[in-house]
Design a protein around this ligand. Structure first.
Ligand SMILES: [Zn+2]
Length: 352
């Protein structure tokens, strides 16, 4: 289903591009700018099973996005500057903000050199357990377990289920099923516990994978002093905040900030909600982030920024630079706001 959905979205983007319809949307739906969301930036890998491919773009695609924005004279600004413009209601120039979630080392190794070429600032939202080397990147672990297995047994709803993972199609189907199951588990530590069982059975080391992918505190310290780099918080455990009691959700926000601040020795004023969709971040989380003192917080709700977005600084939408749509031709469609306008049923702000 997800692959089908991805094909439908790509077809929609193509149609907007080919017909030129995105140009009709631009005056009304392009808004005042956008916050771009990325995860990994790294060279493409040569494996056929890549169920998390939406979470990575190639360095050349990032470069193409920067060329596109610079050619249009769009300001590339920090989240601090975005906050200043929202507070001052200074929307005279179009802007783009680059944000990267989770704290991956490839942000330093591949994204930073390219961002430097364009003198473009960016923010990395760090999950403090990931920097600690003890994080649970369950979606990567699941990919690894399925990649190296021919069957997977999982304890779903009290019974042991045996799932075929012997062919590429079976691997994708198994990933989708187990991914949805893990994401829906309510307790903060449930996904780690359940994926932990699978990892033990299939000889996958969660800690090794976390350390391989994420910057450690020792790496984040010098990274945070880079002039173009801003660091934000992205919780302690990367849990679904909306499913936690308020006290835990609050603690995830404030403890991650405190840990990051003590490591990098500078204030952390911005936040990103893990998963960030409507099931993971709603009005209660927006209020908690505000009460915790964050100046801004970003969701994964798709949307351009509009003047009225300034009224909801802890419920900001983003435009995903999705690894499944790395096509330079479609960039004008994304920046026109046409795709997200259709997605949002032509509402400009969605903060409820
Ligand atoms: Zn994340």
């Amino acid at each position: 289903m997800k692959q089908l959905r991805s094909k439908v979205i790509r077809a929609g983007l193509e149609a907007l591009y080919v017909t030129g319809a995105h140009r009709l949307f631009r005056p009304v739906f392009a808004g005042i700018g956008s916050i771009l969301m990325l995860h990994h930036v790294r060279p493409p890998r040569d494996t056929s099973f890549q169920p998390n491919s939406h979470l990575e773009v190639a360095p050349n695609f990032l470069r193409a996005v920067l060329v596109h924005l610079r050619a249009r004279g769009i300001d590339i600004i920090t989240v601090d500057e975005l906050h200043r413009r929202m507070t001052a209601r200074d929307f005279s120039r179009r802007f783009a903000c680059f944000t990267f979630d989770d704290g991956y080392r490839d942000n330093r190794d591949f994204a930073l050199p390219i961002m430097r070429e364009f003198d473009a600032p960016f923010t990395v939202y760090v999950t403090s357990d990931f920097a600690q080397g003890e994080g649970n990147l369950w979606w990567v672990l699941l990919e690894t377990v399925i990649a190296r297995s021919t069957t997977v047994e999982a304890d779903i709803d009290g019974s042991t289920v045996r799932i075929d993972t012997s062919t590429l199609a079976a691997k994708y189907a198994a990933f989708e099923r187990l991914h949805d199951w893990l994401r829906a588990l309510p307790g903060r530590d449930d996904p780690a516990r359940e994926i932990g069982k699978l990892c033990t059975r299939h000889n996958v080391d969660p800690t090794a994978i976390c350390r391989e992918l994420c910057m450690s505190w020792d790496e984040l310290k010098p990274f945070a002093t880079e002039p173009l780099v801003g660091i934000g918080a992205h919780t302690v455990t990367h849990c679904n905040l909306a499913q936690q009691p308020a006290e835990i959700a609050n603690q995830e926000m404030t403890t991650s900030r405190a840990r990051i601040e003590s490591a990098i020795q500078r204030p952390v004023l911005h936040f990103a909600y893990p998963y960030g969709d409507r099931l993971a971040a709603g009005p209660r989380e927006f209020a908690l982030a505000k009460a915790a003192g964050f100046k801004t917080a970003v969701t994964t709700r798709p949307g351009m920024m509009f003047p009225e977005s300034a009224e909801y600084p802890t419920a900001l939408p983003r435009i995903s630079l999705n690894g499944n749509y790395q096509d330079e031709r479609l960039l004008p469609v994304l920046t026109s706001g046409a795709a997200t306008a259709m997605w949002n049923g032509f509402r400009r702000v969605d903060a409820a």
